[in-house]
Design a protein around this ligand. Sequence first.
Ligand code: DP6
Length: 332
Amino acid sequence: MSKATVAAPANIAFVKYWGARDLARALPYNPSISMTLARAVSHSTVEAKSEGEVDEVLWAEEAGLAPAPPNFAARVLRHLAVLRRELGSHRGFRVATRNSFPSAAGMASSASGFAALTLAVAGALERTLPVAELSRLARLSGSGSAARSVLGGYVEWPRGEAENEAVAELLAPAEHWQLCDLIAIVERGPKEVSSLDGHQRAESSPYFQRRLELLGERLAGVRQAIADRDLDGLGPIVEEEAIDLHLIAMSSRPAIFYWQPATLRVLATVRGLRAAGVGAWSTMDAGPNVHVICRPGDEAVVAAALADTPGVESVFRDHTGNGPHGNVPPLF
Ligand code: DP6
């Protein structure tokens, strides 16, 4: 029996994946670009059992191992079946997962969880696969953003005309440019509408096609700003892009509202910081919490302003990270 443990990080998209041309295979309509995080990490230990043995899905907590919550376990079991098919294995797996960030903080990330699971399964089967293939396998979890979490630094996930071309590529490593991502948590609960439903409904928005038309220029701007380490160039594009995602969600049929009143208050705080000369820019995923991107030298002042904003329950401080690694103790 062989066992592997992997830590894989979450990522924050500067240009978002929103809308799938093939949802079952998580093939996106548009390329996306993200920054890999350092502290928001999922750990996964996978043991490959004998052929035909039943899969076990566990959740590692301070107190020890417990059965994983049913929704999460169902998605893991589905992905294990996909990985068996793709890797030509008939072995069962024992899996344990733990998040380094409080999942009760409304930050539960399927990107880090499914990237860690995919890499740990490959490790447990003693397969050394190219990063492109690991990205493709992580994407097949259905959490498309997991495709980007197999790399560190700044990552582009192209649209990919062929299925095996929709895989992550490195734009720049973490040491190229350190940025902070301060996450203002305004709600802890799970989101009401899953990203999967959001992707499905995106096409029904009258603004969906228009966003796709605008994206070429936006992607080019983000790539250039990363290459030039230019936060004043990057920030406005990132903020506009996140607002567009939510504009599409709100104008989908049926409409999806991820924002809470405190989300708007945080956006106002960020505009206030900029008016005071601090380079801080907001972005949001499919939820009410706000990620604020800034330079390391401004981290303390931005974190204090966010913590002072009514409705912010906590601020999780993260920064550009190096990507997955296996230098962690096994969970069992
Ligand atoms: C808004 O289908 O990858 O975060 O499974 O919830 O992680 P999860 O979602 P996924 O869609 C991601 C949607 C997004 C934008 C992004 O990360 O690109």
